[in-house]
Design a protein around this ligand. Structure first.
Ligand SMILES: [Zn+2]
Ligand SMILES: [Zn+2]
Length: 276
């Protein structure tokens, strides 16, 4: 029975991935909204497949309430995204690069925003997000589920991935000179919350993305870290942000002026958003 469910989750995940790719090739903000939403579903299902592969009870948000009967009947609160992320790292032992972890969290935030601000999505954001999403998906699937995607599907997705990647690379090449001569936020806060490219530059009180044009307040960048940590002692203009260096430790940094605490802090400590 377990094998059967496993297969369904993965097949479902791949199906959503294909839909995401299809919509990302479309030409309207509505298409891109669906690309982002389907991509989100694909990755969420893949995380569940990783958990199910370890043990079916991990699909329950509350493992203590897990039972085969509830699983069969679908009568339970499924694992939430953040719990799933913690579990695939802590229990399954998936090593996610900070970059990919950040990407997944950004996609989660964008999913929440996409539902409300559909029209704001731009082609740059859609292509960039889908390109990164496809590679995160394929890496996780191949490395941890030892599952080779269906050949036809792999071929189709790789063709599209290359096309999106080419688009992204060409734009990044064009932006390089301007990026090099601009003031930039702290190196860990150069990734745009909307398109996930490392193309943020500093303009007074806001960070502006050269790739997609999105503007974001420095304080909002701090809010999107593991947890905000009180005002910056150096510039007093921005909130400090807690950034994970690995699964256990992190550091408080200022996205705006680059201030960094000298010592590392336990990740649990940082997540509560206390002042350092
Ligand atoms: Zn951007
Ligand atoms: Zn500062």
């Amino acid at each position: 029975m377990a094998d059967e469910l496993d297969l369904n989750l993965i097949e479902n995940a791949e199906d959503f991935l294909l839909e995401a790719v299809k919509y990302a090739k479309g030409s309207s903000p509505r298409d891109w909204k669906y690309a982002a939403l389907h991509l989100w579903s694909a990755l969420e299902l893949l995380l569940k497949a990783l958990l199910e592969n370890e043990h079916w009870s991990l699909l329950f948000e509350d493992v203590d309430k897990a039972s085969q009967k509830k699983l069969r009947e679908g009568d339970f609160q499924t694992v939430r995204f953040d719990t799933a992320l913690d579990r695939i790292r802590g229990i399954v032992g998936v090593e996610l690069e900070q970059k990919d972890l950040r990407y997944l969290k950004q996609l989660r935030d964008l999913r929440n925003r996409a539902t409300h601000f559909a029209a704001k999505l731009k082609v740059e954001q859609a292509k960039s997000l889908v390109a990164r999403g496809i590679s995160v998906f394929l890496t996780l699937e191949q490395r941890y589920l030892h599952e080779e995607p269906d050949k036809g599907l792999e071929y189709e997705i790789n063709q599209d991935l290359q096309e999106f990647q080419k688009y992204v690379d060409e734009r990044l090449r064009t932006l390089k000179p301007e990026l090099e001569r601009s003031d930039r936020p702290h190196p860990w806060f150069r990734t745009c919350l909307s398109c996930n490219q490392e193309t943020l530059v500093s303009r007074d009180d806001t960070a502006v993305c050269l790739f997609c044009g999105e503007e974001v307040e420095f304080t909002e960048l701090a809010d999107h870290s593991e947890g905000p940590g009180g005002p910056c002692p150096e510039c007093e203009d921005c909130t400090l942000a807690f950034v994970l260096l690995n699964n256990d430790e992190g550091r408080f940094v200022c996205p705006k002026c680059g201030f960094e605490t000298e010592h590392n802090f336990n990740s649990e400590y940082g997540r509560y958003g206390e002042e350092y």
